[in-house]
Design a protein around this ligand. Structure first.
Ligand code: NOJ
Length: 914
C-alpha cells in the first residue's frame, strides 16, 4: 500500500481512537458568497495547533439537473506561489480531470443567489434541486456538508472528520503533528523508486450515506455488486480498501477489492424509498474503504483518498437510481450507439496464426451453421509487434482476407497496443519521435520501458498533436492492407509496462502540460481509445461509420466511445460466476458495453464449462470468445456433439434477440440505463432483491435471465420481485409469486423467464452474420400480465451509420389492451420518412405470440382483423397450451403488417366483435 494510503488510513484510525476528534478545517463565514447557483468561500486548514493556516478555496455548484458539485483547491498553488527545484513540474494540483471526463450537465441553477440561503455563524443552508426539496447544510467549523432530501439527511461529507488535503510544503518544513513522514517526498514501491518533486498532495474525505445499507459501483473489481465492507467491517469484510488504479493484473482473484483494468469512481447508495450517489472526479490512484454502521438504521460510511488532484465530488440526490444514472450520464456521456455487428458474436483467440487459419475458422462457422460477425487478430498478426503492420509471411494479402470476410458481411478486428517498438525503421516510432509525442521520464527524456515488442516508448495522447498524428496513421493509405470492415482493439492501455512499477508506468513520468503520470494514470487508457476512435472515423471522410473499439482500460467517459471487457480471467467456474456481477457493476457505472472472455482467458475449460459460458456470454452486452496463446483451441465445433450444439444454440439465441439487445442499447445511449439491469434497479422497493447479483433483466424487455454458473447443476433458483406471472422462455410454463422459484435448466438450456406485462421483438431466423438478417421478418412476443395487458418498445436503424441522428430510425411502442383485445403498434418518431424507412418498408411482422392468453375471452379467439394504412384484412390464429398446461399461447400467423407503419390487430372472440 502506498504511503498516501497509509497516511489517510492512519488519520482514520487516529480519528476513531480520539475521545473527541475535531477535523482541522473550517470555512470562514466572512468569505462565503452565492451567485448564479454557485457558492464560494475559503476553507482554512490549521496546522500544528493553529500556528499556521492554509487557504483552500471552496466552490459548491448547484447544477440545474439537481446535482451539487463540491470542489476544493489550494490557493497558494492556484496562484503559483510555490518554489520548486524542478520547474518542469506543474505546481498546481491536477485540475484537468474534468476536461477529459465531463461533456455536459454543468449548467448551474442560476436562480440560486444569496437570497436563497439561510446563514448564521455556524451554518449556511442552500435550498436547491428542480423541486427545491434538496438542501445543502454547510457547517462552518469543523467544515462539513450535509445533503438533505425532503428534510431527511442523505449524504454527509466529512461526517467523521477525515477530510484531508495534503497541502504543498517544502521538504524542510516542520512535520505535521501525527503524520507519518515516510514517503512524503520520495518512496520506493515494489523495488522501484518514485521521486515526488511536488511532495505529498493526496486528498481524502469520508462520505456517509445515512440510512443506506447497500452501495454499488466503483468498478472495476471482481467482487459482488453490493459492495462488501472493508477493514473494520463485519463478517466477510475485505482487509484492503477497494482500489482504483488501472493495472494489468495477472490471474486476478475472483472475490477481491484489488484493482483491475478500469476505474469509475461513481458510487450509488440504495434503500427502499430512495437513492443517492456520488462521483469522485479524480484520475489519480484512489482507494475507498466501506464500513456499515448498523444501529437503528444502517449507515454506510465510506472513506475515499486519491494520491493527487482536486477534491471534486458530485452529489446526486435522486430520488431514484434511474435519475442518478441519468444525471451521471449527462455529465460523463452515454454509451455510444454501437454498430449492430458489434453486439453480435465475436470470435477471438491469441492468435489466429495466418490468413489461411482465418479462412478456415470462418468456413467452419458456416459448415456448422453457427453465426458470427467478427474474427479477431491478436499481437502475432503484426510484423514483430509493430502495430499497424502485418506479418507478411502469414498475412501476405490482408486485403484479400478482408474482402473475403466482407463478402459474408463479416468484420475483422486487429489489436493495436499503445507501446511502440523502439526501432528506427518502424514508421510509427519514427513519427512519434519526429512529432515529439512520446511520454517523458522524470528527467525529461523519452521514457522507455519493456513490453511485447521489447524496448518500447508510449505515445502521450494527452497531446492534441499526438491525436492528429494518430489519425494520419489509420487512413486506408497509411495503414496498408486495412479496409472499411477492419476495426480496432486497444489492449494494454492502463498502460501495461512489463518493466515498470506494478507493471505500469512510473508515476513521475511527465505528460502534456507538465502533469505527472500519477495525476492522469486512470485517464490514460481513455485518451488512447478516444484517439483511435477519431482515427477510425477520419478514414471515411465526411461519411464515417460508427467506430468500434474494444479497450481494456477505462475511466468515467469511456462509454462514449468504446466497449470494454474484463481482461485476463481464468477458465474456471468461479470466474464464470463473478463475471455476472462484474458486468452488472460496470453497467450501472455507465460502462454497459462490456463482457468477459467467453471460456476464460487462461486454462482449458471442460466442455460443460464452455457450454455454460456460452450461455452466460450470450447475455454479455459484449459477447466474445477469447483464449490465451497457450490454451488448446476451443472454437465451438471442437468439443463435438452434444457440446457444440449447446454452444451453437446459445449463439443463435443471441442472434434471434438482436433487435431486443439493440433496443436496450438505444435506451443506454439516450439516458444511460444499463443494458443489463440488476434487481435493485428493477424492484427498487423490494429489499430482498438488493443484494441479488446473479440474475438480471435484459433492458426493458421483461426477459429475466439467470444463467447456470455451477458445475453439474440442472436447475437454478430465480428470485422474483413481484407478483406478475413469469413465463419460461422456452415452453411458457408459468412461475408466479414473489420470492424464489426453481427453474429447470438442463445443460442445453439457459434459464430465462419473461415477466408478464412485456412485449419484445425477435428475428427467428439466425443467419451466418447479423447484416444478413437485415430484411428478415420480426416475431413479437407479448407476455400478458395478471390483468391481461402488456407493453413494449422497439428501436431499429441502419445499424452502422450516423443517419439515426438525423431521424433515420424506427421507434415504436407496442400496446396490448386485454379489455379491448387489441395489439397496437405506434410510432414514436416524428421525423419525415427518409431512406432508411423506405428501405425497411418490405420488412414485416411474421408472427405474434401472445403468452398468457387465458380465460374466456382470449381462449376463444378464432381470427384476427388486421388494420394498417386504412386497410383491413383477416388472418389466422392458433391456440396451444404451455408445457405445464397452465398458460394459453395464442399465435397470430403472418399478420403481414410492416414494421414501418402503425397498425392494430383486433382479436375476434367467438361471434362477438369486440
Ligand atoms: C492481454 C490481453 O488482456 C489479452 O486479451 C491478449 O490476448 C494479450 N494481452 C495479448 O495481446
Amino acid at each position: 500500500m502506498n504511503s498516501f494510503c497509509h497516511r489517510n488510513r492512519q488519520l482514520a484510525d487516529r480519528a476513531a481512537e480520539a475521545p473527541k476528534w475535531t477535523a482541522p478545517y473550517a470555512l470562514n463565514p466572512a468569505t462565503i458568497a452565492v451567485d448564479s447557483g454557485v457558492l464560494t468561500g475559503i476553507v482554512l486548514k490549521s496546522l500544528n495547533g493553529g500556528a499556521e493556516t492554509v487557504e483552500l478555496p471552496l466552490t459548491v455548484s448547484f447544477l440545474a439537473s439537481g446535482v451539487a458539485r463540491v470542489t476544493l483547491d489550494e490557493k497558494k498553488r492556484q496562484l503559483g506561489q510555490i518554489e520548486l527545484s524542478n520547474d518542469r513540474i506543474r505546481k498546481e494540483r491536477y485540475n484537468e480531470a474534468e476536461k477529459w471526463t465531463i461533456v455536459g450537465g454543468l449548467d448551474a441553477d442560476t436562480s440560486i443567489d444569496s437570497s436563497a440561503i439561510f446563514a448564521n455563524d455556524e451554518i449556511t443552508v442552500v435550498k436547491y434541486g428542480p423541486a427545491k426539496n434538496f438542501e445543502a447544510v454547510i457547517t462552518h467549523s469543523p467544515f462539513s456538508l450535509k445533503f438533505m432530501r425532503d428534510g431527511e439527511e442523505q449524504i454527509v461529507l466529512n461526517d467523521r472528520g477525515l477530510f484531508n488535503m495534503e497541502h504543498w510544503r517544502p521538504r524542510d518544513s516542520t512535520p505535521e503533528e501525527g503524520v507519518d513522514q515516510h514517503g512524503l517526498f520520495d518512496e520506493s514501491f515494489s523495488g522501484k523508486s518514485d521521486t515526488k518533486p511536488r511532495g505529498p498532495e493526496s486528498v481524502g474525505l469520508d462520505i456517509s450515506f445515512i440510512g443506506y445499507d447497500h452501495v454499488f459501483g466503483i468498478p472495476e473489481h471482481a467482487s459482488p455488486l453490493s459492495l462488501r465492507e472493508t477493514r473494520g467491517g463485519g463478517d466477510g469484510a475485505y482487509d484492503e480498501p477497494y482500489r482504483l488504479y488501472n493495472l494489468d493484473v495477472f490471474e486476478y482473484e475472483f472475490d477481491s477489492p484489488m484493482s483491475l483494468y478500469g476505474a469509475i469512481p461513481f458510487m450509488q447508495a440504495h434503500k427502499k424509498g430512495g437513492d443517492v450517489a456520488v462521483f469522485w472526479l479524480n484520475g489519480a490512484e484512489t482507494w475507498i474503504d466501506v464500513v456499515k454502521k448498523r444501529t437503528e438504521r444502517t449507515t454506510t460510511q465510506t472513506h475515499w483518498f486519491s494520491e493527487s488532484g482536486l477534491l471534486d465530488v458530485f452529489v446526486f440526490l435522486g430520488p431514484t437510481a434511474e435519475e442518478n444514472i441519468k444525471s451521471y450520464s449527462q455529465l460523463t456521456g452515454t454509451t455510444a450507439l454501437p454498430q449492430t455487428f458489434s453486439i453480435a458474436y465475436h470470435q477471438c483467440r491469441w492468435n489466429y496464426l495466418s490468413q489461411d487459419d482465418v479462412a478456415q475458422v470462418d468456413a467452419k462457422f458456416d459448415e456448422h451453421d453457427i453465426p458470427y460477425d467478427v474474427i479477431w487478430l491478436d499481437v502475432e498478426h503484426t510484423d514483430g509487434k509493430r502495430y499497424l503492420t502485418w506479418d507478411e509471411a502469414n498475412f501476405p494479402e490482408p486485403e484479400k482476407m478482408l474482402e473475403a470476410l466482407d463478402k459474408k458481411q463479416r468484420k475483422l478486428v486487429n489489436i493495436v497496443d499503445p507501446h511502440i517498438k523502439k526501432d528506427d525503421n518502424y514508421h510509427v516510432y519514427q513519427g512519434a519521435k519526429e512529432n515529439d509525442v512520446i511520454v517523458k521520464d522524470n528527467n525529461g527524456n523519452n521514457y522507455e520501458g519493456w513490453c511485447w515488442p521489447g524496448s518500447s516508448v508510449w505515445v502521450d495522447f494527452f497531446k492534441p498533436k499526438a491525436v492528429e498524428w494518430w489519425k494520419s496513421l489509420m487512413t486506408y493509405d497509411a495503414y496498408k492492407g486495412s479496409a472499411k470492415n477492419l476495426y480496432v482493439w486497444n489492449d494494454m492501455n492502463e498502460p501495461a509496462v512489463f518493466s515498470g512499477p506494478e507493471i505500469t508506468m512510473p508515476k513521475d513520468n511527465i505528460h502534456e502540460g507538465g502533469w505527472e503520470h500519477r495525476d492522469v494514470h486512470n485517464i490514460n487508457g481513455m485518451v488512447f481509445h478516444n484517439a483511435t476512435a477519431l482515427a477510425l472515423m477520419n478514414r471515411d471522410g465526411d461519411k464515417p461509420l460508427r467506430p468500434f473499439i474494444l479497450t481494456r482500460s477505462f475511466f468515467a467517459g469511456t462509454q462514449r466511445i468504446s466497449a470494454s471487457w474484463t481482461g485476463d480471467n481464468l477458465g474456471n467456474w468461479d470466474h464464470l460466476a463473478v463475471s455476472i456481477p462484474m458486468v452488472l457493476s460496470n453497467g450501472i457505472a455507465g460502462m454497459t458495453f462490456t463482457g468477459a472472455d467467453v471460456g476464460g482467458f487462461f486454462g482449458n475449460p471442460s466442455p460443460e464449462l464452455l457450454a455454460r459460458w456460452y450461455q452466460v456470454g450470450a447475455f454479455y452486452p459484449f459477447f466474445r470468445a477469447h483464449a490465451h496463446i497457450d490454451t488448446k483451441r476451443r472454437e465451438p465445433w471442437l468439443a463435438g456433439e452434444p457440446w457444440t450444439g449447446y454452444m451453437k444454440e446459445a449463439i443463435r439465441g443471441r442472434y434471434r434477440l438482436l433487435p431486443t439487445w439493440y433496443t436496450a442499447f438505444r435506451r443506454a445511449s439516450v439516458d444511460g440505463m444499463p443494458v443489463l439491469r440488476p434487481m435493485y434497479l428493477a424492484f427498487p422497493d423490494v429489499e430482498e432483491g438488493f443484494g441479488v447479483d446473479d440474475q438480471f433483466f435484459l433492458g426493458d424487455s421483461g426477459i429475466l435471465a439467470k444463467p447456470v454458473t455451477k458445475e453439474g447443476h440442472d436447475s437454478v433458483s430465480v428470485w422474483l420481485g413481484d407478483e406478475q406471472p413469469y413465463y419460461d422462455y422456452s415452453n411458457y410454463d408459468v412461475h408466479q409469486g414473489k420470492g424464489q422459484t426453481t427453474v429447470y435448466a438442463p445443460i442445453d438450456k439457459t434459464p430465462m423467464l419473461i415477466q408478464g406485462g412485456n412485449i419484445f421483438v425477435r428475428r427467428d431466423r439466425p443467419r451466418r452474420s447479423s447484416p444478413a438478417m437485415k430484411y428478415d421478418p420480426f416475431t413479437l412476443v407479448v407476455a400478458l400480465d395478471k390483468d391481461g395487458n402488456a407493453k413494449g418498445r422497439f428501436y431499429l436503424d441502419d445499424g452502422e451509420t450516423f443517419d439515426y441522428t438525423k431521424g433515420g430510425y424506427i421507434e415504436r411502442t407496442f400496446t396490448f389492451d386485454g379489455k379491448k383485445a387489441t395489439l397496437r403498434s405506434d410510432s414514436l418518431n416524428d421525423a419525415a420518412p427518409g431512406e432508411f424507412l423506405k428501405d425497411m418498408e418490405r420488412v414485416r411482422v411474421e408472427k405474434v405470440i401472445i403468452v398468457g392468453a387465458n380465460g374466456q375471452q382470449l381462449g376463444q379467439v378464432h381470427s384476427v382483423d388486421v388494420l394498417q394504412g386504412g386497410k383491413k384484412w383477416e388472418t389466422e390464429v392458433e391456440y396451444v397450451k404451455s408445457g405445464d398446461g397452465k398458460v394459453g399461447v395464442l399465435t397470430v400467423r403472418d399478420p403481414a403488417v410492416t414494421i414501418t407503419e402503425d397498425w392494430t390487430l383486433q382479436l375476434r372472440v367467438g361471434k362477438i366483435e369486440l
